[in-house]
Structures are given as structure tokens and as C-alpha cells.
Design a protein around this ligand. Structure first.
Ligand SMILES: NC(=O)c1ccc[n+]([C@@H]2O[C@H](COP(=O)([O-])OP(=O)(O)OC[C@H]3O[C@@H](n4cnc5c(N)ncnc54)[C@H](O)[C@@H]3O)[C@@H](O)[C@H]2O)c1
Length: 334
């Protein structure tokens, strides 16, 4: 049994707690959150113990692995502490919003050989993975374009916006990573980014964007288009398309069932698409955790690495630079 300490028992931490205990080879040992009500509630609901500090959880001999789901600015500190304590680590995206902190963490953990996986869950979505396979097995011939539409159902509140650290680094980072996943060894080398505030007052107050579009280009010449919105009245819109010399493959939105109704006023009418990330990506969240446990048990390196987290942040930073300077930016991964 792999005993896990959960650091951060907020929105996504609660979901991870349930996934951990549902896994036949894992058990939630400890929960720590600076908000003691959250840790108490999540530990009670998941038959685990509350600890009074992150240090206590990380250094406990009862703990084999950490699941870091706390606020983003805490991630690099917890990764460093966990790696030094030789624990396996699963850390939510993004590693941090500040590339200097990410680089410092990278040098602090250099040479420490412990499984470390970053939470880019969309790579584990069965449908998105089929799109990626269409590139690797050449079903679509030579890849020419990737098109990702990624739109949230409704904008978050001001507190979230102030803490999250900006649309490109907190949200689009998933799409930058998904593009990298589809491209494989072919790196993204250029980005042109547009972001604006078209409709949401809280987003305006936070000086953030609610709407964004990106054109990126890979070294081999593949074009990538990403579009994001913080509001889609019809639900959580998650579509991925690859287009190539022999065709196109699309990962489409999903509805709770395959039922379609036909009436006087509509044909092929379906239920609304799955509402938000926890519903839409439940299979992916479970499978990324399965992968983490398999890596620990078999002493393998996880497929989503610290470097993947760092590279996605570097693309997000270049996108901000592009927006600011109103020009296409060459991406430097050094
Ligand atoms: N992969 C995904 O799809 C996905 C989805 C949502 C959030 N996330 C990421 O997960 C992380 C948490 O997001 P969330 O939406 O659950 O936020 P949240 O605000 O709901 O939860 C964060 C929790 O961290 C706690 N916390 C803050 N500082 C702490 C510390 N020093 N030690 C322990 N706990 C601390 C807070 O009290 C809070 O309970 C963020 O990095 C976010 O980007 C990933």
C-alpha cells in the first residue's frame, strides 16, 4: 500500500483525496491545509488523519508519497522538501508562476531520484490521447495543424482571479502542455498571443483577460491555434483537433449520455455538455493517479515531468511577452 499525504484540501484537493482512497494500492494517510477546517473536513470524509504542519506530513516515516494540491505559490517549497525527504511527488499544475522559483527548485532537487509527476491531467483523457495517437501512428498523415478550443463555463470570482496568477499561466498552461504532448519531440518555437477583457467586471478589476487567442509554431512547422474564454453559456467547452495530409481527428465535447431527442422544434438535441473540469476530466484525473502509483510501484519515471511543467510555463511567459510587445516571440527554453 502506498501511503499518501495530501497537502492542500481545497477544490481539487478534495477530489484527489477521493481518488487516492478509491485506488486499490493507495491510502490517504494525512491531510494538511493551512485552513484547519478544510483539512478536518477532508480527512474525516476520507478516513485519514490531520497533521498540524506540512513538515510533519512530509517527513513522516508513514508517508511514501505527497500529493500537492495547495495554492500554486506553495508548490516549489513542497516539491523541494518532498524530494529531500525522498518521497514520491505528484504536484498540481502550474509548478509556479515565477520561472526563477521553478529554476531554483529544479537546481535544489537535481540528482534526487524520486518519481515526480506534474498534474497535466488532459494528457490522460482517453479522447485527447486518441488525437495524440493520430499523430504518432500517422493516421492523419503528416501533422499540419493543431486546434484547441478551451472555454470555461463561467468566470471565477475576484478572490480566485487575484490568487491564480493570470489566464495564460494558470489556465492556458493546460493547452500549451496539450499542444506539446501532441507534438511529441517537435518543440514549440514561436508564439503570438492576444488577450483582452471583453465581458467580465471581476476579470477587469484583477487586470486579467477573459478572452484569448494564440497562434504558435513548432520547429517542424506545425501551426497551433488555441482559443480560450472564461465564459461559455453552453458549458465547459473542450475540443481538440489535429489536421494533416491524410485527414483530421477531433476530440469532441462530451454529454452525460448519448441520448438525442427529436421534436417539432429541434432535431438531434442533446443534453448539455459536462459542466466543468471535475466532471469532464474525471477519467483523466483517475488515470493520471493510476500512472503515478504504477511509477512508484515499478520504479519508473512518470511520463509528465518537471521539465514539462517548466516548458509550459516558459511558453506562457513568452505569450505574455508577445501580448505586451504586440509581436511574435521566439521561445527560449534555456
Ligand atoms: N489540474 C487541474 O485541472 C486543476 C484544477 C484546479 C486547480 N488546479 C491547481 O491545483 C491547485 C489548487 O487549486 P484549487 O482550485 O484547489 O484552489 P483552492 O483555493 O480551492 O485550494 C487551495 C488550498 O490550498 C490551501 N493552502 C494555501 N496555502 C497552503 C499551505 N502553505 N499549506 C497547505 N495548504 C495551503 C488553501 O487553504 C486551500 O484550501 C492550484 O495550483 C491550481 O492551479 C489544477
Amino acid at each position: 500500500m502506498i501511503n499518501i499525504a495530501l497537502l492542500g484540501a481545497g477544490r481539487i484537493g478534495k477530489m484527489h483525496a477521493e481518488i487516492i482512497n478509491a485506488h486499490p494500492k493507495a491510502r490517504l494517510q494525512f491531510v494538511y491545509d493551512v485552513n484547519s477546517n478544510s483539512s478536518k473536513q477532508v480527512s474525516e470524509e476520507n478516513n485519514s488523519e490531520v497533521v498540524s504542519s506540512a513538515e510533519e506530513a512530509i517527513n513522516s516515516e508513514k508517508v511514501d508519497a505527497l500529493l500537492i494540491a495547495s495554492a500554486t505559490p506553495t508548490h516549489t517549497k513542497f516539491i523541494t522538501m518532498g524530494a529531500k525527504a525522498k518521497k514520491a511527488i505528484f504536484c498540481e499544475k502550474p509548478i509556479d508562476l515565477d520561472i526563477d522559483k521553478v529554476n531554483e527548485c529544479m537546481s535544489n532537487i537535481k540528482g534526487i531520484d524520486t518519481p515526480l509527476q506534474i498534474g497535466f491531467n488532459r494528457r490522460f483523457d482517453n479522447s485527447h490521447a486518441k488525437v495524440q495517437q493520430a499523430r504518432t501512428n500517422k493516421e492523419i498523415g503528416e501533422l499540419e495543424m493543431i486546434i484547441i478550443s478551451s472555454r470555461d463555463p463561467a468566470p471565477p470570482g475576484l478572490d480566485y482571479l487575484n490568487a491564480a496568477g493570470g489566464f495564460f499561466r494558470d489556465t492556458t498552461i493546460h493547452d500549451f502542455d496539450l499542444s506539446r504532448f501532441i507534438l511529441g519531440e517537435d518543440p514549440i518555437v514561436q508564439v503570438s498571443a492576444f488577450g483582452d477583457n471583453l465581458f467580465d467586471e471581476n476579470v477587469k478589476k484583477a487586470e486579467d483577460f477573459d478572452t484569448a487567442m494564440f497562434i504558435l509554431k513548432s520547429k517542424k512547422g506545425v501551426f497551433i491555434h488555441i482559443n480560450n474564454s472564461r465564459r461559455a453559456v453552453y458549458g465547459y467547452d473542450q475540443r481538440v483537433e489535429v489536421f494533416g495530409s491524410k485527414g483530421m481527428v477531433i476530440s469532441n465535447n462530451q454529454t452525460p449520455s448519448s441520448v438525442e431527442s427529436f421534436t417539432e422544434s429541434s432535431t438531434s438535441s442533446k443534453e448539455p455538455i459536462l459542466n466543468f473540469f471535475i466532471e469532464r476530466y474525471v477519467q483523466a484525473y483517475k488515470d493520471q493517479f493510476n500512472h503515478f502509483i504504477e511509477c512508484i510501484v515499478n520504479n519508473k519515471k512518470p511520463s509528465v515531468t518537471f521539465e514539462d511543467g517548466r516548458n509550459a510555463l516558459i511558453i506562457a511567459n513568452a505569450a505574455y511577452e508577445s501580448h505586451k510587445l504586440k509581436k511574435t516571440i521566439d521561445i527560449n527554453y534555456e
